[in-house]
Write a protein that binds this ligand. Structure first.
Ligand code: COS
Length: 388
């Protein structure tokens, strides 16, 4: 859906108000209790946040990537744990079905994912398979009208709450690489499927990750996403292309919020008889932060617009994710520095946001993986130019 400008602005304003009035005041409690209050979760559902990217025919808002990014810039201003709760439904936990699912699979799951009744989760990473996503070891072997899954998935966001997993598993053990991997929509609660203990993390308290373990877990053959074996790695890559843009937008939102915190502190805190905002060495940090966040915002907006226009944006999504996640890391670090001693103290939030931001450079593909994707595209383009 392409919203008219007024509706889009209203939606953005509604989300901004929700962030200011409901999420920011709850941040400390969420960090302390490691959970998001039920009332806030209900409000998120009512706002349609779980279904931002799900087509309208399945009950979602059917937003374009540009519209989704505009909202994520706003939500991203709050501690990332809030966004994490619904982000798998908007991104990696639903898009396998949206992009490659059969009509039956979409009808079966997307309405409940859009409403937030079902939490979707994306199970790619394994104990021995991280960046090298084509080497998935979990197996899904055909047995009559079923597949039998065996293996362990690791660091799976929202797995403790999930009702549906998009699971990448090897259907053809003879194929060692990406070609032997298929994607499955696997419902929680099946015999042979269990989840591990939620991990204790560096930051983002309130968001939960754990192992997902398959022990002779029988799933119906109809769970094979798209109904075609061997397409799972490509499905995962397409999902991640979109996911990386979403993450980049979240980084922009968080950086903009951190800059607000930084400047509020800098104009009120006085040293040597004047606000520390007046000191040139700090001004360098402010200006660099503003310019870098603006650049990241422009990258996300451009890549999102191109994706909406039908262009392939895999490389641009990697550029945006790499730049924006590194950028928010620098901004979060400068904020700690500007706060001085207070930057190390829990009450001031600077240290929490610094820890929260650290994950962005890692998940949905590390900075080094993004660099590899970008560089390899550049080399392919050069070879094509030179006819090599
Ligand atoms: N969209 C569609 N298809 C894609 C694609 C994309 N973005 N990227 C790759 N493919 C296709 C390729 O075209 C190739 O197809 P063919 O076999 O038909 O030629 C196939 O997928 C295999 O691709 P490739 O050879 O590039 O795979 P690699 O094993 O070299 O892996 C990287 C590529 C490293 C980019 C991939 O493994 C990756 O993204 N790793 C990071 C994983 C990640 O983000 N993990 C985070 C956990 S999820 S939160």
């Amino acid at each position: 859906m392409t919203l008219d400008l007024e509706t889009r602005e209203q939606l953005v304003a509604t989300i901004r108000r929700f962030v200011d009035e409901r999420l920011l005041p709850a941040e400390a409690e969420v960090a302390e209790s490691d959970s998001i209050p039920d009332l806030i979760v209900e409000e998120m559902k009512e706002l349609g946040l779980f279904g931002l990217s799900i087509p309208e025919e399945f009950g979602g808002l059917g937003l374009t990537m540009s519209e989704e990014a505009a909202l994520i810039f706003e939500i991203g201003r709050a501690a990332p744990a809030f966004r994490s709760l619904f982000a798998t439904n908007v991104g990696i936990g639903s898009q396998g079905l949206v992009i490659d699912g059969t009509p039956e699979q979409k009808a079966q799951y997307l309405p409940r994912i859009a409403s937030g009744e079902l939490i979707g989760s994306f199970a790619l990473t394994e104990p021995d398979v991280g960046s090298d996503a084509g080497s998935v070891r979990t197996t899904a072997l055909r047995d009559g009208d079923s597949y039998i899954l065996n293996g362990t998935k690791r660091y799976i966001t929202n797995a403790p709450l999930a009702g549906l997993f998009t699971v990448m598993a090897r259907t053809d053990p003879a194929q060692k690489g990406a070609q032997g991997v298929s994607a499955f929509a696997v419902e929680a609660g099946l015999p042979g499927l269990s989840t591990g203990r939620p991990e204790k993390k560096m930051g983002q308290q309130g968001a939960h990750v754990c192992d997902v373990i398959f022990e002779n877990c029988r799933v119906p053959a109809s769970a094979l996403i798209g109904g075609v074996e061997g397409m799972g790695f490509k499905t995962a890559m397409k999902v991640l292309d979109k996911g990386r843009l979403h993450i980049a937008a979240a980084c922009v939102g968080l950086a903009e919020r951190i800059m607000d915190d930084m400047m509020d502190y800098a104009v009120t805190r006085k040293q040597f008889g004047k606000p520390i905002a007046d000191f040139q060495m700090l001004q360098v940090m402010f200006a660099d932060s503003r310019a870098e966040a603006y650049a990241a915002r422009a990258m996300v907006e451009d890549a999102a617009r191109r994706r909406d226009a039908g262009e392939s944006v895999a490389t641009l999504a990697s550029c945006a994710k790499m730049f924006a996640s590194e950028m928010v890391g620098r901004v979060a670090d400068r904020n700690v520095q500007v706060h001085g001693g207070a930057g190390y103290i829990r009450e001031y939030r600077a240290e929490q946001l610094f820890r929260d931001a650290r994950l962005f450079r890692i998940y949905e593909g590390t900075t080094q993986i993004q660099q590899g994707i970008i560089a390899r595209t550049m080399a392919a383009e050069a070879r094509a130019r030179l006819g090599l």
